[in-house]
Ligand binder design. Structure first.
Ligand SMILES: NC(=O)c1ccc[n+]([C@@H]2O[C@H](COP(=O)([O-])OP(=O)(O)OC[C@H]3O[C@@H](n4cnc5c(N)ncnc54)[C@H](OP(=O)(O)O)[C@@H]3O)[C@@H](O)[C@H]2O)c1
Length: 270
């Protein structure tokens, strides 16, 4: 693998799960890692694990306008990992606009805003730079009870793949890679109110470190898209062959029912 000594990597959602594992891997490759999320103490624990040269920037990307000020605070960024995201697993009618707006702000708007700042900042520079955006297998079909979340990941996937193609066409030293993880062992499911999954969903769950390793490898190879796991690749291939109503029905069966009582709305920023 390429050594990243001298490169500065900004990783969103670095306080836990996939983002934390990506940050540790980038640090192990020699990058100076800038960790961001809302929970300072969790970021400090990840920074300790990274060792070496790290910085922490506490920011709530679920609030409008924060992404640009975060990017300015980060200074030069050679690697941008847009990983922060959340979902709620319940019927659209049972949720509320405040939560929808926060989800779209974090999963979509902040991701585009940071990508915009990153691409603009690289204009005229010749050194290699990498953008890694985290989508999901949920980007491959409609997912009832995950309606807004799955749609946000469709956006991330299409946006990143289009950007990848533009950058390749322009022979840019910047690359854009999309990772589409399936179920991954993180706190995501508990927070979303999900987890009553079918055997196939449980069987295809992967460790966060494995997903992070594939993501970093694909990013350094300047790949367009990567999906971890044989079962995830098989089911997304079958999904493409099925009528869309059938793919949506299958997603409902695979994902099971929302858990009740519903979890706390969000983590505190402690
Ligand atoms: N786990 C899965 O099965 C799975 C599957 C496909 C895709 N993904 C995607 O993978 C990404 C990482 O999720 P994960 O599974 O690693 O779950 P996670 O452990 O819950 O991580 C989510 C990260 O996002 C951060 N975050 C949440 N709200 C934020 C906000 N308003 N502002 C800034 N940061 C915020 C969280 O930090 P704070 O709470 O400290 O802010 C945390 O670091 C997400 O985009 C998710 O959609 C996950």
């Amino acid at each position: 693998m390429a050594q990243l000594t001298g490169m500065r990597a900004l990783v969103t959602g670095a306080s836990s799960g996939i983002g934390a594992r990506i940050a540790v891997r980038l640090a192990a490759l020699g990058a100076h890692v800038i960790l961001t999320a809302r929970r300072k103490s969790a970021l400090e624990a990840v920074a300790k694990e990274c060792g070496g040269s790290t910085e922490i920037l506490v920011a709530d990307l679920g609030q409008p306008g924060i992404a640009t000020s975060l990017f300015e605070q980060a200074g030069t960024v050679d690697i941008l990992v847009n990983n922060a995201g959340f979902g709620y697993f319940k019927a659209f009618a049972d949720a509320d606009w405040e939560r929808d707006a926060e989800l779209i702000q974090l999963n979509v708007t902040a991701l585009v805003e940071l990508s915009r700042r990153f691409i603009d900042a690289r204009a005229g520079k010749t050194g290699h730079a990498y953008l890694l955006n985290v989508a999901s297998t949920a980007a491959y079909q409609a997912v009832p009870n995950f309606a807004v979340y799955a749609a946000s990941k469709v956006f991330v996937r299409n946006f990143t793949e289009a950007l990848h193609d533009e950058l390749v066409h322009a022979k840019s030293p910047v690359s854009a890679t999309c990772i589409c993880p399936g179920g991954t062992h993180t706190e995501f499911h508990e927070l979303a109110g999900a987890g009553d999954y079918s055997w196939i969903a449980n069987r295809s769950m992967l460790p966060a470190d494995h997903v992070a390793a594939l993501a970093v490898r694909a990013m350094l190879k300047r790949k367009r898209n990567v999906m971890p796991g044989f079962l995830n690749n098989l089911s997304s291939f079958m999904t493409r062959l099925a009528p869309r109503w059938l793919a949506s029905f299958m997603a409902t069966r695979v994902m099971g029912k929302p858990k009740r009582p519903l979890p706390a709305r969000t983590r505190s920023a402690a």
